[in-house]
Ligand binder design. Structure first.
Ligand SMILES: C[S@@+](CC[C@H](N)C(=O)[O-])C[C@H]1O[C@@H](n2cnc3c(N)ncnc32)[C@H](O)[C@@H]1O
Length: 848
């Protein structure tokens, strides 16, 4: 909106021109026209008094609008040129003479409307103007109360100033309806506003105080202004459209600088005044003179004092500092001295310096530790959440190590940190069984970590370590999860596990496995630290040394039996131990195939091993060695020979067992199942199996044959094992059961759903508890609120129904989501439906 100028030319706006056109004496005529248009008081009035009517435009409008033969009386300080049908006279409306003149004109009549558009001679000080205006309004109201008829209307102009509200209050005491409005013809720059008071109550007696300017405009104590805010955050000055700010009557305010020094509220001075003056009065101000001469009163200070309104934060601070200095020089009581005085009065023994330092240190420590605790708690909460999620995904919490080591090293004896140093942690995470001695732990304790003399800092360190360990475990858990993924597993197996079928049997493998356990094995000597370094954590009760030929202890003990005594070359030919790998046996011995993916992987490995076994057979096709080797136990078979070392066997058995104690064996091929059936039903014995091992395939000469040929042979020229129907059916059934299991995503989604339901329930419980304990609610309200809660939670749980979509048009043959369908859907094929119906019909007919 364009700002209207109040200068001469600005006044010559469209209302001015319009007034000229219409013959009104002033543009103010339109204000009355617009007010009357809104409230319609002139048409209903027979008698109107226009107070302050000169030059008379309102009288003109009234004469035009009011009914014929109406009485219009206009009065003003200034003379009013005669207007047809209007009585005008010159008088001051605040005087008794004016009142009497009006009475004289009206005789016994009463006025329906009293208009007042008076404005005192404005242009002096704003505050004076506004006050005079308000006073004039009150005078006009006084006249109105005298001449108005009951239910009559009083229209007055007021300025929006601090007197505005008291005036409104007075109006409301005397009239039933009071509306303040600003007609469009009133300039925006003007602070004037018009109040239309309708329904004069015409009380028999009016309290004179109600119309007395001294009581009506009596100053009320105002809340203390926030001068500090004013100084440091000076708000943007508003335009004075609605008049000047209350209390700010003079634009430029000046105060003696000595006052600033004296005052107890320097901020107030800085906020209210424009200038701190050093000018001396005629009588002379000693304080000001002294201040002027002080060296502290620098040129910069003087400049700052010149215009306070342009100062920034920095300058204000400078002035305040200067004030404090001067006050000190003048010997004013300062805060410091007050403090000293107070200290003198209340004699408090000063704290011992050392004690103070200690106290401070303690405080810092406490702060630090509470911060760390907070962080740890947060971290633990996060982990707890993860664990819950994992649990929902049917994962045991111990997989991430949460049970091994509780928070703050609860299970100190199971400290994983100590194990981790030997690399055993990884093995534990992989699920291998190992006995962890507390040797390492003790060693660490000796070295000070986690020792009994643990300080707070150390305990924090431990906490951090625990965190890192948990992190590591969690990472490993994730890795393991990834490993359980079939693709990942197969890929890794191809890369890493080339010969894992022979793990623990061949000399090399045995060595490597020993290497693996190196960190766990320990000797009985725990005295020296150096020795302890070499001591493995796993304690082997059988301390017989490994055979020099590289056989495992188990194998060695087997071949040490009397039955093998005297057989030459047995040990040397042990290299060919794997040659008697029977396909059926391998199948039966393929362990730990807990998932279909793993089963597939095992099948691949089995094929590979078979080929290798055949190659070995080809290499050493010596019957004798074959027969000897055939008698060797295959370490991974579930059968444990009676003569085996029981402890060793038990250990191996233990390895093969699942967590629930069941043997980790899976039969996944029809051949293996047939063989298992035959063994179980006694159709075959171990002897038969060995016997079956002697066949044309076992005794093939492959020397000098090219690889491609051997590969091909391995694929096609192999022994065909018999398959029984029952075994095939059993395998089929087994696979069906595997396939019937929900896929991982479905299981996860179900778990998620379950988790969310649990969360919702928890929330609901909490809310219900809160309601139940709310003392402000009656029992009935509580019950209904809880009922509502339950109802709302049920609603949320409702799922959208499944949408049935016909496989027609664009959706025909569409494998994915049909076009434009959101949410759950089911594709239906009308043709298939018909065919199904037809088939059932035919089947019914046939059955009759
Ligand atoms: C804005 S003019 C009124 C214009 C008028 N309503 C019209 O339409 O022509 C304000 C008038 O109030 C008058 N006035 C101010 N103080 C007065 C008083 N004490 N008694 C009578 N008139 C007064 C002034 O002389 C001035 O003419």
């Amino acid at each position: 909106m364009a700002i209207q100028k109040k200068n001469g030319k600005g006044r010559l706006d469209k209302w001015y021109k319009l007034a000229k056109e219409k013959g009104y004496r002033a543009r103010a005529a339109f204000k009355l026209i617009q007010l009357n248009k809104k409230y319609g008081f002139l048409e209903k009035s027979k008698v109107v008094i226009d107070l302050c009517a000169a030059p008379g435009s309102w009288c003109q409008v009234a004469a035009e609008t009011m009914p014929q033969n109406s009485i219009i009386i206009g009065v003003d300080l200034a003379p009013i040129k005669p207007i047809n049908k209007v009585i005008t006279f010159q008088s001051d409306i605040t005087t008794e003479k004016c009142r009497q003149t009006i009475r004289g004109h009206l005789k016994t009549w009463k006025a329906d409307t009293v208009l007042h558009d008076g404005a005192p001679n404005v242009g002096t000080a704003w505050v004076q103007d506004s006050f005079n205006q308000a006073e004039l309004v009150l005078h006009s109201l006084k006249l109105a109360t005298e001449f108005l008829i009951e239910g009559g209307t009083f229209v007055t102009k007021v300025f929006r100033s601090k007197d505005y509200n008291p005036l409104l209050w007075v109006f409301k005491q005397l009239f039933t309806k009071v509306d303040a409005t600003k007609p469009p013809s009133s300039r925006n720059v003007s602070a004037e506003i018009f109040v239309v008071c309708r329904g004069f109550k015409a009380p028999k007696r009016i309290d004179p105080r109600l119309l007395d300017p001294r009581t009506v405009f009596e100053d009320l104590a105002e809340p203390t202004p926030n001068n500090e805010a004013k100084v440091y955050n000076p708000e943007i000055k508003k335009r004075k459209r609605d008049g000047y700010e209350d209390g700010e009557y003079i634009q430029f305010k000046e105060i003696a600088a000595s006052e600033f020094i004296n005052t107890v509220d320097p901020i107030a001075i800085l906020g209210q005044y424009n200038k701190l003056s050093f000018d001396q009065s005629i009588n002379g101000d000693v304080a000001l003179a002294a201040l002027d001469k002080l060296p502290e009163t620098t040129e910069e200070i003087r400049n700052c004092c010149l215009d306070l309104k342009v100062l920034g934060r920095k300058e204000f601070k400078l002035l305040l500092k200067w004030r404090l200095k001067v006050r000190e020089i003048f010997g004013f009581p300062s805060k410091k001295s007050a403090k000293v005085l107070a200290e003198e009065v209340a004699v408090v023994e000063p704290m011992d310096e050392e004690l103070q330092i200690q106290e401070e240190l303690q405080k810092i420590n406490e702060k630090e530790s509470s911060k760390k605790k907070r962080e740890r708690r947060r971290e633990n909460e996060k982990k707890q959440k993860d664990i819950v999620r994992m649990q929902m995904n049917m994962t045991a919490p111990m997989d991430i190590g949460a049970e091994q080591d509780g928070p703050r090293g609860e299970g100190e004896m199971f400290r994983l940190k100590t194990v981790d140093k030997t690399g055993a942690l990884a093995k534990i995470a992989k699920g291998k069984m190992a006995i962890i001695t507390d040797l390492e732990a003790r060693r660490n304790h000796d070295s000070g970590i986690g020792s009994s003399g643990e300080t707070d800092d150390e305990s924090d360190e431990d906490g951090d370590r625990l965190e890192t360990e948990l992190d590591q475990l969690y990472d490993r858990y994730k890795e393991r999860k990834a490993e359980s993924d079939a693709k990942y597993c197969a890929k890794k197996a191809r890369k890493e596990h080339k010969d894992d079928e022979w793990e623990g049997v061949s000399a090399d493998e045995n060595e490597s496995s020993d290497e693996e356990l190196e960190g766990f094995e320990s000797s009985s000597d725990e005295d020296s630290d150096e020795e302890a370094d070499e001591k493995p954590l796993l304690w082997d009760l059988d301390d017989t040394p490994s055979e020099a030929n590289g056989l495992s202890k188990r194998a060695s003990s087997f071949f040490n039996q009397d039955i093998f005594k005297g057989i030459e070359g047995l040990i040397e030919e042990d290299e060919d131990e794997n040659m008697w790998e029977d396909e059926a046996e391998t199948s039966a011995a393929d362990k730990a195939a807990t998932t279909t993916a793993e089963a597939k992987q095992k099948a691949n490995q089995k094929q590979k091993r078979k080929r290798e076994a055949e190659a070995l057979i080809a290499e050493g096709s010596d019957d004798e060695s074959a027969s000897k080797a055939a008698t060797k136990p295959k370490p991974k078979t579930k059968k444990v020979d009676e003569d085996d070392d029981w402890e060793e066997a038990e250990k191996q058995e233990q390895e093969k067992r699942k967590k629930d104690g069941r043997l980790d064996i899976d039969i996944i091929t029809a051949e293996a199942m047939t063989l298992a059936h035959q063994l179980a039903s006694g159709q075959k014995t171990t002897h038969d199996l060995i016997d079956d091992g002697f066949n044309k395939h076992a005794l093939k000469d492959r020397d000098g044959l090219p690889d491609w040929f051997l590969d091909d042979e391995g694929k096609h020229d192999r022994a065909h094992k018999p398959i029984s129907k029952a075994a095939a059916d059993a395998i089929k059934e087994k696979l069906r059961a595997y396939n019937a299991r929900p896929i991982k995503k479905v299981a996860e989604a179900r778990a998620r759903k379950k988790f969310k339901q649990a969360q919702r329930l928890e929330k609901l419980k909490k809310k219900a508890d809160m309601l139940a304990t709310d003392e402000g609610l009656s029992e009935k309200d509580k019950a209904s609120s809880i009922q509502k809660l339950i109802g709302a939670s049920k609603k949320k749980g409702k799922r959208n129904p499944i949408k049935v979509v016909k496989a027609q048009g664009s959706n025909r043959g569409n494998a994915g989501r049909p076009h434009g369908v959101k949410g759950r859907y089911k594709m239906v094929d009308p043709r298939m439906k018909k065919e199904l119906r037809a088939m059932t019909r035919i089947a019914k007919k046939k059955s009759r």
